[in-house]
Write a new protein. Sequence first.
Length: 379
Amino acid sequence: MNPIIIVGSGLAGYSLLRELKNRTCPAPITLITADGGESYYKPKLSTVQSQQKSALKMVMASASKMAQDHHAEIITHTRVVSLDTPNHQLTLDNGEIRPYHQLVLATGASPTRLNPPGDGAKDVLSINNLADYVVFEQKLADAKRVAVIGPGLIGMEFANDLLHTNRSVTVIGPNPWPISTLIPQPIGEAVQKAMSAQGATWHLGCASGAIDKQDSGYRIALENDTVVEADLVLSAVGIRADLQLAVQSGLKTNRGILTDSYLQTSAPDVYALGDCAEVDGRNLPFVQPLLIGARALAATLTGHPQAVHYPPMPVAIKTSLHPIIILPPHTKEGRWVFTGSPDTGMVGRFLTEADKLAGFVLSGNQTAEKNKLMDEYHP
Ligand SMILES: Cc1cc2nc3c(=O)[nH]c(=O)nc-3n(C[C@H](O)[C@H](O)[C@H](O)COP(=O)(O)OP(=O)(O)OC[C@H]3O[C@@H](n4cnc5c(N)ncnc54)[C@H](O)[C@@H]3O)c2cc1C
């Protein structure tokens, strides 16, 4: 029997491998990955400094240990370059052709690049995997001033983490307050205040422009004619599912690879899971959806078709100086009602006209109220 082939060794690929091991899987399993195949927990990359760790300490198991523990073949440093879905086979970057019985694309997402003008632009770093963090860590060793472009969820987590080191941290971006696409203004301002107290400086409501090298470090020109100087520039302006392989192979895509609720793509026996997938119209680049998906997909691949059902999934934002938990409102019709203090912690309830809880945000010491708010939430 041809194998089940999983492409990608991120949390999606490896979670599926674990789930398949928990079931009786008649087909052999092969996992192919473009990286080194180390098993690590990606969300911890934005807490490495405050945990006083290093990138390599994040590795929980090598690819060979994963292969041994899961009775799977794992092929590392190898990219899948094309799919021939009618013939159930794929081609690797070394020219080898591999047949599959069922194929799972768990190819993740890539950071969005700003591509600003200036001779320093190519030195701007972004972090979306362990290898990126290794490079960042090396450059950070010589950096006293770090500029973070992008005050979104990931940018704020990295800024928060860097504030635990003795470095000056400047956050830049057009957003009016931190994480403004996800959290309401009073909570964004509470985080900003807590991080300012730790030394963060801000250029919000203002996009960055050219990035040029100077004697030591870089000059970042802002659109309001201010200049920020930094030794290291980190860009965190979002991620986008990498769709090249899927598009070339004729799979239907939108923000991600389109799947139904069984994670089945538009081609027979081809599935998608994790950051690369758009499941029933939702591309959710978080851990909980991929864990739920991996469990259901393992059942499906072993002959017990199981659709994915997502429960309400609150997102924890690891800004430890003022942590946040948000369950985004499921409707736009309603109003935010806040209690608590921006200094210690706040509760924001999003209430419908009928005063029903349609979403919430908790910050600081009020994050402990999560279970209570989840009990109140009945969409
Ligand atoms: C700093 C940071 C903090 C985060 N914090 C949180 C958090 O607190 N909570 C939360 O829920 N989520 C968080 N996330 C998001 C979460 O980590 C991701 O949703 C999840 O790790 C995505 O896993 P994935 O396996 O889908 O993708 P990836 O981890 O991107 O893995 C993709 C894999 O595919 C391989 N690959 C890609 N293309 C090919 C190809 N053509 N051939 C072979 N291999 C290929 C890659 O090498 C890689 O192994 C965070 C993300 C970051 C960056």
